[in-house]
Design a protein around this ligand. Structure first.
Ligand code: PLP
Length: 420
């Protein structure tokens, strides 16, 4: 079976484990910066290309500061994410606010930061007007419904997805907003998640460019930007090919030239809200084997659990595992690698061929830099683990400490519980 490369040496990981203890997520600053530059370079042809990093993928201000330093903005969909973007010194059009079923205080905060607001429903036009006032510039999230096939397990078929406005509603919303004094418009969509197929992603751009031309022809509205959302996929399995970012860019450029330029729309800005692609491959969950168990199957019990990475349990997602210090050893054991939750789906791998594992061995679980720690939770009273950043100079920074029992019990006012 193909191997997946670690972003730093096994010795370095062992050193860090000795210094900080396990488990931890480790993130690679230089990989994140390289990916940010690669995405920007790939889309350098597009007028004022902007990547709003999807904060939810790795909601940590130290990571957002790196994104900002690379000239990226933030995509937020909650109050907490807006506060994180604000703390990372992002403002105005650097932030886009793509929420759904939005509470009023979130719109108020988004307006206060001058974020680009992306409405998820036609009724939110009036809702936003009443709770925070309408901005000059508004964007609408498009859901094409059954007229476009595809979709995947994470988001589902477009007509089953709760997001966005129908085609008819987009047309109405632009007219209503114009009557209410909105002068500038953008369009947004997000059709899929973790998509590796370039042609499907290009097809989404085609659909959006056609919609922009329709708005121009019907209402003389020239949209200022088209935001293609997130959803760019990762090759989680070692044998999968990476997303061909350059081919994606080339295909979108071809459609831009074919559809937008002849219509006179030559200044439409392109933006994206990629999360997974930007940080996913640059995270490892490092955990130690604390038990082996042989019953009807062979189990390796580790000191991390689903509270630190729930993608395998939630989506049956594959995350590659490297057992440290066993490079080249035959993968002649079949294991379930499990956490300690009282849930039988608390497994990082099922029936996985791995080298023989002993108690004390370190396991590195790959591609945990997006939607990993971020999805953490406290079921069974499990505590979220520390997050470490491997700096470009090789130093290691603790960017989030592990939770403690005192954190867990902080909202319980009851005698006898540890508060510190
Ligand atoms: C989750 C999400 C993203 C990021 O998706 P990735 O798959 O991480 O690229 C972007 N925009 C919106 C609105 C989202 O909900």
């Amino acid at each position: 079976m193909a191997e997946k490369k670690l972003f730093c040496s096994e010795e370095k990981i062992q050193e860090i484990a000795a210094a900080y203890g396990t488990p931890f997520h480790l993130y690679d600053e230089s990989g994140i910066r390289k990916m940010a530059r690669r995405l920007k370079a790939a889309f350098a042809w597009a007028p004022a290309f902007m990547e709003h990093y999807a904060v939810k993928a790795l909601p940590n201000p130290y990571i957002l500061a790196i994104m900002r330093d690379e000239g990226l903005g933030a995509d937020c969909s909650s109050l907490a994410e807006l506060l994180l973007a604000e703390a990372a010194q992002m403002r105005g059009a650097e932030i886009c606010f793509t929420s759904n079923n939005t509470p009023p205080e979130e719109y108020i905060k988004a307006r206060q930061l001058g974020a680009i607001i992306n409405l998820d429903d036609i009724t939110h036009l009036e809702f936003l007007e009443q709770c925070a006032g309408l901005p000059d510039l508004l964007s609408f999230r498009y859901n094409p419904g059954p007229q476009r096939g595809g979709g995947n397990a994470i988001i589902g078929a477009p007509e089953e997805a709760k997001y966005g406005l129908t085609h008819e509603q987009i047309l109405q919303a632009v007219q209503q907003a114009t009557r209410k004094g909105v002068k500038r418009f953008g369009l947004h969509t997000m059709m899929v998640s973790n998509e590796l197929e370039v042609d499907y992603l290009i097809g989404t751009a085609t659909m959006m460019f056609e919609l922009a031309v329709e708005l121009l022809q019907k209402f003389d509205v020239a949209v200022e930007f088209i935001n293609l959302g997130g959803g760019l996929g990762l090759a989680y399995r070692p044998e999968e090919p990476d997303l061909d970012l350059e081919a994606l860019s080339e295909g979108i450029r071809r459609e831009y030239q074919r559809l937008l330029l002849p219509a006179g729309l030559n200044q439409v800005q392109l933006s994206m809200e990629s999360g997974r692609l930007m940080t996913g491959p640059f995270g490892l969950l490092v955990t130690r084997a604390i038990h082996t168990k042989d019953t009807y199957k062979h189990y390796i019990g580790v000191d991390a659990c689903m509270a630190h990475l729930m993608r395998p349990a939630l989506y049956d997602a594959y995350h590659h595992i490297t057992v440290l210090n066993k490079t080249g050893a035959p993968l002649d054991h079949i294991y379930d690698v499990v956490g300690s939750l009282c849930e039988n789906n608390d497994k990082f791998a099922v029936n996985r061929p791995l080298p023989e594992i002993q108690v004390g061995d370190l396991l590195a679980i790959h591609d945990t830099g997006a939607h990993g720690s971020a999805m953490g939770f406290n079921y069974n009273g499990k505590l979220r683990c520390q997050e470490l950043l491997l700096r470009q100079d090789g130093s290691v920074q603790l960017i989030r400490r592990a939770e403690t029992m005192a954190d867990l019990f902080a909202t319980l006012d009851y005698p006898g519980l540890p508060l510190a």
